[in-house]
Ligand binder design. Sequence first.
Ligand SMILES: Cc1cc2nc3c(=O)[nH]c(=O)nc-3n(C[C@H](O)[C@H](O)[C@H](O)COP(=O)(O)O)c2cc1C
Length: 202
Amino acid sequence: MELFDAIRGRRSIRAFLDKPVEDEKIGWILEACRWAPSAGNRQPWEIIIVKDHDVIESLSRAAYDQDWISTAPVVLVVCINERIARSKYGERGQMYALESIGCAVQNMMLVAHSLGLGSCFVGAFEEDEIKKILGCPGHINPVALLPIGYPAEKPETPERVEVPQFTYIDKYGKSVDSPEWKGLLEYGKRIKRKVLRTLKKI
Ligand SMILES: Cc1cc2nc3c(=O)[nH]c(=O)nc-3n(C[C@H](O)[C@H](O)[C@H](O)COP(=O)(O)O)c2cc1C
Protein backbone atom coordinates (compact mmCIF):
# COMPACT_ATOMS: atom_id res chain seq x y z
CA MET A 1 0.00 0.00 0.00
CA GLU A 2 1.36 3.39 -0.95
CA LEU A 3 2.07 5.59 2.06
CA PHE A 4 -0.22 8.42 1.12
CA ASP A 5 -3.08 6.03 0.31
CA ALA A 6 -2.64 4.54 3.79
CA ILE A 7 -2.64 7.97 5.41
CA ARG A 8 -5.72 9.09 3.52
CA GLY A 9 -7.58 5.77 3.57
CA ARG A 10 -7.20 4.96 7.27
CA ARG A 11 -10.42 5.47 9.22
CA SER A 12 -11.26 5.09 12.87
CA ILE A 13 -12.97 1.70 13.08
CA ARG A 14 -15.44 1.15 15.90
CA ALA A 15 -16.94 -2.25 15.01
CA PHE A 16 -14.99 -5.48 14.54
CA LEU A 17 -15.63 -8.93 13.13
CA ASP A 18 -15.61 -11.89 15.50
CA LYS A 19 -12.27 -13.01 14.10
CA PRO A 20 -8.93 -13.16 15.93
CA VAL A 21 -5.97 -11.06 14.88
CA GLU A 22 -2.87 -13.07 14.01
CA ASP A 23 -0.01 -12.61 16.52
CA GLU A 24 2.34 -11.92 13.64
CA LYS A 25 0.25 -8.91 12.65
CA ILE A 26 0.31 -7.65 16.24
CA GLY A 27 4.08 -8.09 16.04
CA TRP A 28 4.26 -5.85 12.95
CA ILE A 29 2.17 -3.22 14.70
CA LEU A 30 4.52 -3.26 17.70
CA GLU A 31 7.49 -3.01 15.36
CA ALA A 32 5.89 0.11 13.85
CA CYS A 33 5.74 1.57 17.36
CA ARG A 34 9.41 0.79 17.90
CA TRP A 35 10.45 2.84 14.87
CA ALA A 36 8.46 5.95 15.74
CA PRO A 37 10.44 9.11 16.40
CA SER A 38 10.67 10.20 20.03
CA ALA A 39 12.17 13.25 21.72
CA GLY A 40 15.82 12.50 22.52
CA ASN A 41 15.10 8.95 21.32
CA ARG A 42 13.74 8.30 24.84
CA GLN A 43 11.06 5.86 23.57
CA PRO A 44 8.81 6.57 26.56
CA TRP A 45 6.11 4.03 25.63
CA GLU A 46 5.15 0.74 27.24
CA ILE A 47 2.36 -1.39 25.82
CA ILE A 48 0.03 -3.97 27.35
CA ILE A 49 -1.56 -6.39 24.87
CA VAL A 50 -5.03 -7.33 26.09
CA LYS A 51 -6.81 -10.31 24.52
CA ASP A 52 -8.86 -11.53 27.49
CA HIS A 53 -12.47 -10.67 26.63
CA ASP A 54 -13.46 -9.97 30.24
CA VAL A 55 -10.56 -7.55 30.62
CA ILE A 56 -11.49 -5.87 27.31
CA GLU A 57 -15.05 -5.46 28.63
CA SER A 58 -13.69 -3.79 31.78
CA LEU A 59 -11.57 -1.48 29.62
CA SER A 60 -14.62 -0.49 27.59
CA ARG A 61 -16.53 0.32 30.81
CA ALA A 62 -13.57 2.40 32.04
CA ALA A 63 -13.66 4.22 28.68
CA TYR A 64 -16.98 5.83 29.65
CA ASP A 65 -18.95 2.82 28.41
CA GLN A 66 -17.75 2.95 24.82
CA ASP A 67 -19.34 -0.47 24.30
CA TRP A 68 -17.98 -0.92 20.79
CA ILE A 69 -14.50 -1.44 22.29
CA SER A 70 -15.60 -4.87 23.56
CA THR A 71 -16.12 -6.04 19.94
CA ALA A 72 -12.33 -5.87 19.45
CA PRO A 73 -10.40 -9.16 19.73
CA VAL A 74 -7.35 -7.26 20.96
CA VAL A 75 -6.69 -3.93 22.63
CA LEU A 76 -3.23 -2.43 22.89
CA VAL A 77 -2.98 -0.16 25.90
CA VAL A 78 -0.26 2.36 25.18
CA CYS A 79 1.25 3.81 28.34
CA ILE A 80 3.76 6.52 29.12
CA ASN A 81 6.62 5.61 31.42
CA GLU A 82 6.77 8.76 33.55
CA ARG A 83 10.29 7.95 34.79
CA ILE A 84 11.60 7.89 31.23
CA ALA A 85 9.45 10.89 30.28
CA ARG A 86 10.90 13.11 33.01
CA SER A 87 14.43 11.73 33.13
CA LYS A 88 16.02 14.08 30.60
CA TYR A 89 13.85 17.13 30.04
CA GLY A 90 12.08 17.59 33.40
CA GLU A 91 8.55 19.00 33.23
CA ARG A 92 8.81 19.59 29.48
CA GLY A 93 9.65 15.92 29.09
CA GLN A 94 6.00 15.13 29.84
CA MET A 95 4.89 17.05 26.74
CA TYR A 96 7.65 15.52 24.61
CA ALA A 97 6.64 12.05 25.76
CA LEU A 98 2.99 12.61 24.85
CA GLU A 99 4.03 13.94 21.44
CA SER A 100 6.28 10.91 20.92
CA ILE A 101 3.48 8.54 21.85
CA GLY A 102 1.20 10.32 19.36
CA CYS A 103 3.76 9.55 16.64
CA ALA A 104 3.95 5.91 17.78
CA VAL A 105 0.18 5.42 17.79
CA GLN A 106 -0.15 6.93 14.32
CA ASN A 107 2.57 4.53 13.06
CA MET A 108 0.67 1.62 14.63
CA MET A 109 -2.69 2.66 13.17
CA LEU A 110 -1.20 3.04 9.68
CA VAL A 111 0.48 -0.36 9.78
CA ALA A 112 -2.71 -1.96 11.14
CA HIS A 113 -4.60 -0.41 8.22
CA SER A 114 -2.01 -1.61 5.71
CA LEU A 115 -2.46 -5.16 7.10
CA GLY A 116 -6.23 -5.03 6.50
CA LEU A 117 -7.02 -4.32 10.15
CA GLY A 118 -9.00 -1.49 11.70
CA SER A 119 -8.18 0.48 14.83
CA CYS A 120 -9.19 3.62 16.66
CA PHE A 121 -7.28 5.91 19.00
CA VAL A 122 -9.28 5.97 22.22
CA GLY A 123 -8.26 8.78 24.54
CA ALA A 124 -11.43 9.12 26.60
CA PHE A 125 -11.15 6.91 29.67
CA GLU A 126 -10.77 6.97 33.45
CA GLU A 127 -7.01 6.68 33.78
CA ASP A 128 -7.03 5.41 37.38
CA GLU A 129 -9.61 2.80 36.52
CA ILE A 130 -7.52 1.47 33.60
CA LYS A 131 -4.42 1.40 35.82
CA LYS A 132 -6.32 -0.61 38.42
CA ILE A 133 -7.64 -3.10 35.85
CA LEU A 134 -4.17 -3.69 34.39
CA GLY A 135 -2.14 -3.47 37.59
CA CYS A 136 0.04 -0.61 36.33
CA PRO A 137 2.58 0.74 38.82
CA GLY A 138 2.44 4.46 39.70
CA HIS A 139 4.86 5.66 37.03
CA ILE A 140 3.08 3.83 34.18
CA ASN A 141 0.14 5.89 32.91
CA PRO A 142 -2.15 4.80 30.07
CA VAL A 143 -2.37 7.37 27.27
CA ALA A 144 -4.24 5.52 24.53
CA LEU A 145 -6.36 2.43 24.14
CA LEU A 146 -5.99 0.98 20.67
CA PRO A 147 -8.71 -1.57 19.91
CA ILE A 148 -7.67 -3.60 16.85
CA GLY A 149 -9.50 -6.12 14.70
CA TYR A 150 -10.89 -6.90 11.28
CA PRO A 151 -13.32 -4.09 10.40
CA ALA A 152 -17.05 -4.77 10.51
CA GLU A 153 -17.88 -1.32 9.18
CA LYS A 154 -16.79 1.04 6.43
CA PRO A 155 -17.24 4.52 7.86
CA GLU A 156 -17.84 7.61 5.75
CA THR A 157 -14.77 9.80 5.35
CA PRO A 158 -15.07 12.63 7.87
CA GLU A 159 -14.60 16.18 6.56
CA ARG A 160 -11.18 17.79 6.80
CA VAL A 161 -10.48 21.50 6.57
CA GLU A 162 -8.52 22.56 3.47
CA VAL A 163 -4.77 23.28 3.70
CA PRO A 164 -5.10 27.09 3.27
CA GLN A 165 -7.39 27.16 6.30
CA PHE A 166 -4.58 26.12 8.63
CA THR A 167 -1.39 27.18 6.81
CA TYR A 168 0.30 30.56 6.63
CA ILE A 169 3.40 31.87 4.93
CA ASP A 170 6.17 33.64 6.85
CA LYS A 171 3.80 35.12 9.39
CA TYR A 172 0.70 33.99 11.23
CA GLY A 173 -2.38 34.97 9.23
CA LYS A 174 -0.64 35.46 5.83
CA SER A 175 -2.64 33.23 3.49
CA VAL A 176 -1.11 30.64 1.15
CA ASP A 177 -4.17 30.98 -1.07
CA SER A 178 -2.45 33.33 -3.56
CA PRO A 179 -1.10 32.81 -7.11
CA GLU A 180 2.46 33.01 -5.76
CA TRP A 181 1.93 29.81 -3.75
CA LYS A 182 -0.33 27.88 -6.10
CA GLY A 183 2.29 25.08 -6.35
CA LEU A 184 1.57 24.22 -2.73
CA LEU A 185 -2.01 23.38 -3.63
CA GLU A 186 -1.30 21.35 -6.78
CA TYR A 187 -1.52 18.07 -4.86
CA GLY A 188 -5.22 18.77 -4.21
CA LYS A 189 -5.97 18.83 -7.95
CA ARG A 190 -4.04 15.58 -8.42
CA ILE A 191 -5.99 13.89 -5.63
CA LYS A 192 -9.29 15.09 -7.15
CA ARG A 193 -8.27 13.63 -10.54
CA LYS A 194 -7.36 10.32 -8.85
CA VAL A 195 -10.70 10.17 -7.00
CA LEU A 196 -12.61 10.90 -10.24
CA ARG A 197 -10.67 8.15 -12.04
CA THR A 198 -11.53 5.68 -9.24
CA LEU A 199 -15.20 6.71 -9.33
CA LYS A 200 -15.34 6.13 -13.10
CA LYS A 201 -14.01 2.58 -12.57
CA ILE A 202 -16.75 1.75 -9.99
C1 LIG B 1 -6.14 11.86 20.89
C2 LIG B 1 -7.36 11.20 20.28
C3 LIG B 1 -8.34 10.72 21.13
C4 LIG B 1 -9.46 10.06 20.58
N1 LIG B 1 -10.37 9.50 21.42
C5 LIG B 1 -11.42 8.82 20.92
C6 LIG B 1 -12.33 8.15 21.79
O1 LIG B 1 -12.19 8.15 23.01
N2 LIG B 1 -13.37 7.47 21.22
C7 LIG B 1 -13.55 7.41 19.87
O2 LIG B 1 -14.51 6.76 19.42
N3 LIG B 1 -12.67 8.01 19.00
C8 LIG B 1 -11.63 8.72 19.49
N4 LIG B 1 -10.71 9.30 18.64
C9 LIG B 1 -10.87 9.15 17.17
C10 LIG B 1 -11.38 10.42 16.50
O3 LIG B 1 -12.74 10.62 16.83
C11 LIG B 1 -11.18 10.32 14.97
O4 LIG B 1 -9.81 10.20 14.70
C12 LIG B 1 -11.75 11.53 14.23
O5 LIG B 1 -13.14 11.59 14.36
C13 LIG B 1 -11.42 11.49 12.73
O6 LIG B 1 -11.87 10.30 12.12
P1 LIG B 1 -10.83 9.34 11.34
O7 LIG B 1 -9.84 8.84 12.37
O8 LIG B 1 -11.68 8.25 10.77
O9 LIG B 1 -10.17 10.14 10.27
C14 LIG B 1 -9.60 9.94 19.16
C15 LIG B 1 -8.58 10.42 18.34
C16 LIG B 1 -7.46 11.01 18.88
C17 LIG B 1 -6.36 11.46 17.96
